[in-house]
Design a protein. Structure first.
Length: 260
């Protein structure tokens, strides 16, 4: 269903772009919404489709075995929506606040049974009792509901008839409402924990199209978390799961349709 939504958004933007190009190349057409960008403040909303994955840095002992990565991530597709608030600085610069709600489900696979060789412990790692990992123990389906609050500085060119290109970049504050960060249970009970409060940076590019009643903007945005999302397992949990990961960071590519 998520893949279908993403494809539908892409096809919609392509059709709009083709239609807009045919319309805007006509030199006899009047400019639309001529005074829209002169407003100090303006508002809108957006819909988006996402492709999400994890950037993983593995623990050199528990995350790798004979040059084999023991933890892998499966990318997923999802969707979201949000609001737009724009503050005009000058003819070329705007500041945008675009709070949104993003839904995601990703999968991590832990092929870490080989860590049984460390069961005796060491000076820095306590001993543990090996357990046979079943399929349900190896796979973690990680569901996330993300409150994403990006603040973007937008640099745009001059209008060409009824279109205008732009690029933007900024920082995000992201709250994971399904992080399980405060749970006393961990992967031993099948619960993967991650951080609730996160920070990221984003970069975006797109083209703004002007119509009689609104402005439509198809855009591509990349968002990359800067902090480590991993929450360690409890001290008594064997090093099959969180201990196999040193750094875990979300990365997302978003296709956005904005309406203002």
């Amino acid at each position: 269903m998520n893949k279908f939504l993403l494809k539908a958004l892409v096809l919609t933007s392509v059709n709009v772009a083709v239609f807009a190009n045919a319309q805007f190349r006509n030199r006899n057409r009047m400019d639309k919404l001529e005074d829209f960008d002169e407003q100090k403040f303006s508002w809108g909303f957006y819909l988006n489709g996402n492709k999400l994955d994890y950037r993983i840095v593995l623990h050199p002992r528990y995350g790798m075995h004979e040059n084999e990565n023991l933890v892998t991530s499966k990318e997923s597709y999802s969707f979201g929506a949000g609001l737009i608030a724009k503050w005009r600085l000058n003819d070329y610069l705007d500041v945008r606040l675009e709070p949104g709600l993003q839904f995601a489900q990703r999968q991590l696979t832990f092929n870490t049974q080989s860590n049984d060789i460390y069961a005796g412990g060491s000076l820095t790692n306590p001993p543990f009792m090996p357990i046979p990992l079943q399929e349900k123990d190896k796979v973690r389906e990680i569901k996330s509901t993300l409150v994403d609050i990006p603040v973007l500085l937008e640099l745009h060119g001059m209008r060409w008839y009824n279109s205008r290109p732009y690029i933007a970049a900024g920082v995000n504050y992201i709250v994971n409402l399904q992080s399980n960060a405060t749970s006393t249970d961990d992967n031993m009970q099948g619960i993967f924990r991650s951080t609730t409060h996160n920070f990221a940076w984003s970069a975006e590019m797109g083209i703004q199209f002007y119509f009689n009643k609104f402005k439509l903007t198809p855009a591509i945005r990349g968002t990359f978390l800067m902090n480590n999302e991993k929450v360690a397992d409890n001290a008594t949990t064997p090093p099959y799961w969180a201990s196999a990961i040193s750094t875990l960071q979300t990365r997302a590519v978003m296709f956005v349709l904005k309406f203002e």
